[in-house]
Design a protein around this ligand. Structure first.
Ligand SMILES: C[S@@+](CC[C@H](N)C(=O)[O-])C[C@H]1O[C@@H](n2cnc3c(N)ncnc32)[C@H](O)[C@@H]1O
Length: 273
């Protein structure tokens, strides 16, 4: 009996994923099934649907439910200088080395949420050489609402907890319970919509940050993604991942781990730094 229920639920989920992909182009199948299914079923039941099949029909009738679905699928938690010690490593070791080698660094914050990560790097670049002359940091996310918020560059007191007094003064204007990035920081970031699982990647980046994004991706989706990041880095470029993440099989992709959260695409043999 339980097997029959499981079989029905399985089909219900598989068909839902397929229909969403046909309707929207978003591949929910690349996210870990257990977490994704739990989130989808709880949303479906909150909306009064007794199955994902019924939920799909509701989505077709009421497109605003799709917005709710995207919200449930993506978790947007962030803050400036998240894992501060890693940002110190970025500031003291990684960025100066990259800048000495390349000068005009191309940086990508992939899965940027409301922009805290991209603005953190923007501050470091501006401190490295003011005014920063390189191209704007590319910051992308699948969630348009977060991108709109990111463009405003407004952060709460909680977002700012790792930002020193000196940086608050230099890079932000303080309002009522919130801080807004000054124009000279905001001009350093360009926000764009992009799906890491579907869309093409640009190339020749010196630094790619993809942190706290892949937690819900399947192992295959992660592996594909890290290979694409490898290709999108320039020789000697660095990938910066999240505080609880690791790239299994990094060497097989070609990466050289620099430390726990930084992976380098090595220079080809014979080419000097
Ligand atoms: C927890 S936030 C991480 C924000 C920031 N990188 C940090 O570490 O603080 C995860 C972000 O990944 C985004 N995301 C999830 N799936 C994505 C996909 N397929 N393509 C692009 N962004 C995605 C979510 O919209 C969300 O804003």
């Amino acid at each position: 009996m339980r097997t029959a229920v499981r079989g029905r639920e399985d089909l219900d989920y598989v068909i839902f994923v397929k229909r969403i992909a046909e309707k929207t182009g978003v591949d929910l199948g690349a996210y870990k099934r257990k977490q994704m299914e739990r989130r989808l079923r709880s949303l479906a039941s909150q909306c009064g649907a007794s199955s994902l099949r019924e939920f799909f029909h509701m989505l077709e009738r009421d497109p605003s439910l799709l917005e709710l679905l995207w919200k449930r699928m993506t978790i947007n938690v962030s803050e400036l200088f998240r894992n501060p010690d890693k940002f110190v490593e970025l500031e003291k070791n990684i960025l100066p080395r990259l800048a000495a080698r390349a000068g005009r660094l191309r940086v990508w914050s992939a899965g940027c949420s409301y922009g805290a990560e991209a603005y953190s790097v923007a501050m470091l670049l501006e401190e490295l050489s003011s005014p920063w002359q390189g191209p704007p940091i590319l910051a992308t996310d699948i969630d348009e609402e977060m991108l709109a918020r990111a463009r405003e560059g407004v952060f709460s007191e909680a977002d700012m907890k790792n930002v020193s007094r000196a940086r608050r003064r230099r890079f932000f204007v303080q309002g009522e319970g919130q801080y807004r990035g000054r124009p000279e920081v905001r001009r350093l970031v360009e926000f764009r919509e992009h799906d890491l699982l579907q869309d093409d990647f640009e190339g020749r980046f010196h630094l790619v940050l993809c942190r706290n994004v892949v937690i819900y991706f399947t192992d295959e989706a992660k592996d594909r993604l890290y290979r694409k990041f490898f290709d999108s880095l320039t020789d000697g470029g660095v990938l910066f991942i999240g505080g609880t993440e690791r790239i299994f099989g990094a060497e097989a992709i070609g990466f050289k781990p620099i430390s726990a959260f930084f992976y380098e695409k090595p220079m080809p043999p014979g080419r000097r730094e």
